[in-house]
Write a protein that binds this ligand. Structure first.
Ligand SMILES: *[C@@H]1O[C@H](CO)[C@@H](O)[C@H](O)[C@H]1NC(C)=O
Ligand SMILES: *[C@@H]1O[C@H](CO)[C@@H](O)[C@H](O)[C@H]1NC(C)=O
Ligand SMILES: *[C@@H]1O[C@H](CO)[C@@H](O)[C@H](O)[C@H]1NC(C)=O
Length: 382
């Protein structure tokens, strides 16, 4: 619970030295005033140089440390018990984001209705993918437009598992609007090559992740109602599709109104305006979030997307994507389920051990290369 807040305190204290003015140099009448002034000047310069260097080092240290923790904890939820930071956190978790201007809040409070997916339309789409492949499971990966490496790593690992235990699996990436015409052109080229990109015309940003998730739900509801299950999974995740399939095919797994993952409850809403996870009371007045599933990866029966989209018309949007899905579920009267084995949805596994990755369903990774390396090792014949 403390890590994140402590870090914020450290960050905000970073510039505190500025208020500690250097002591004035001692003054004695029997020394010439000019000499004293010179001494004072030299002393002052030394102090200033020392202090700025010190502060520079501290800043670098703090930023690196902070980035590392963020890289490992991508999201608020993990940070808070913290603990999560990947979005995907990884995606948008640049360290400076913490000091994002609070004006954005005003923005979203004015336009809270923008979360509803009917406000947007698809620029790139794969409307026939589902009727062609008839998938049992659809993996929807929200990703930033520029993260080609992450997409390619997924394409060559878990995203390439198109048939598991006899069931068809489809993996698609969801992006919003960012960048200029050049980035857009590259994306369209990538789309022609892989036919696995869906793009919607909302402005992609960390702040807009709730919109992204609702667009994913909208795509599933309108383009893929025939699938049995779907998963929203971040682009920096490891996924053991075999284990996920075993869970979904188990006789006790509900086929409707089912959603599971890393279950969160009793999570306080962050009211610190400097926090990346700040939510204004006007957007979400209650002090705690309803029960929800950590955004890194949650699995659901595919009857839910349509219901969630419908519920989202009645639930004021706020900028915490996973908690917002939780609020829509609460509106629907559907309780998230704890997975049969909660240790299969892990934020972090720590030191790499092959047997952990053979057991788990999903966990956060550090980089696309790590996914490729771990995948190779997990899949090697023994
Ligand atoms: C954090 O992740 C980014 C890419 O996601 C990487 O460029 C950066 O080096 C990482 N930082 C640390 C401290 O691991
Ligand atoms: C996906 O797997 C097939 C074999 O099933 C392989 O031929 C292909 O190269 C893989 N694609 C990628 C992008 O790794
Ligand atoms: C969120 O998306 C909406 C619609 O595209 C856009 O108007 C708004 O500026 C975006 N907000 C942020 C903070 O990116």
């Amino acid at each position: 619970m403390h890590t994140y807040q402590d870090m914020e305190v450290k960050l905000s204290n970073r510039n505190g030295w500025k208020s500690l003015g250097p002591d004035t140099a001692p003054h004695r009448c029997h020394i010439k005033t000019g000499f004293i002034l010179l001494l004072a000047l030299v002393f002052l310069l030394t102090v200033v140089t020392y202090v700025s260097e010190f502060s520079l080092k501290t800043a670098l240290l703090t930023d690196t440390f902070y980035e590392k923790v963020l890289n490992q904890t991508r999201s608020y939820y993990v940070v808070i018990e913290y603990p999560s930071a990947s979005e995907n956190p990884t995606i948008f978790l640049a360290p400076n984001r913490v000091q994002q201007s609070p004006t954005q809040t005003t923005d979203i409070s004015v336009h809270h209705h923008v979360a509803h997916p009917s406000n947007y339309h698809f620029i790139l789409d794969e409307p026939d993918k589902c009727s062609q492949l008839d998938p049992f499971l659809v993996l929807m990966v929200p990703v930033a437009l520029h993260q080609v490496d992450a997409r390619n790593a997924i394409r060559s690992t878990w995203g390439n598992e198109s048939s598991v235990q006899g069931k068809a699996v489809l993996t698609l990436f969801l992006v919003g609007l960012t960048g200029g015409p050049e980035a857009q052109q590259q994306l369209e080229e990538e789309s022609r090559q892989h036919r696995d990109l869906v793009q919607s015309n909302f402005v992609d940003s960390y702040f807009n992740l709730s919109i992204k998730t609702m667009v994913i739900m909208d795509w599933l509801a309108t383009r893929c109602p025939q699938a049995s299950y779907a998963m929203k999974i971040d682009s920096d995740m490891y996924l053991n599709v075999e284990n996920l399939m075993s869970l979904l095919l188990a006789p006790n797994t509900p086929r409707q109104n089912y959603i599971t993952g890393n279950l969160m409850w009793d999570r306080p809403v962050i009211r610190n305006k400097n926090s990346k996870w700040y939510v204004a009371e006007e957007l979400y007045p209650e002090p705690k979030y309803p029960m929800y599933l950590l955004g890194m990866g949650y699995v659901f029966s595919n009857d839910l997307p349509e219901k969630i989209v419908e519920a989202s018309k009645k639930v004021k949007a706020f900028n915490i994507e996973d908690a917002y899905v939780g609020a829509c579920l609460k509106q629907l009267g559907i309780a998230p389920s704890s997975p049969p084995d909660p240790s299969q949805f892990r934020a972090y596994l720590g030191q790499y051990k092959r047997e952990d990755f053979l057991r788990v369903i999903t966990t956060i990774l550090g980089s696309p290369q790590q996914l490729i390396d771990i995948w190779k090792d997990v899949k090697r014949p023994t």
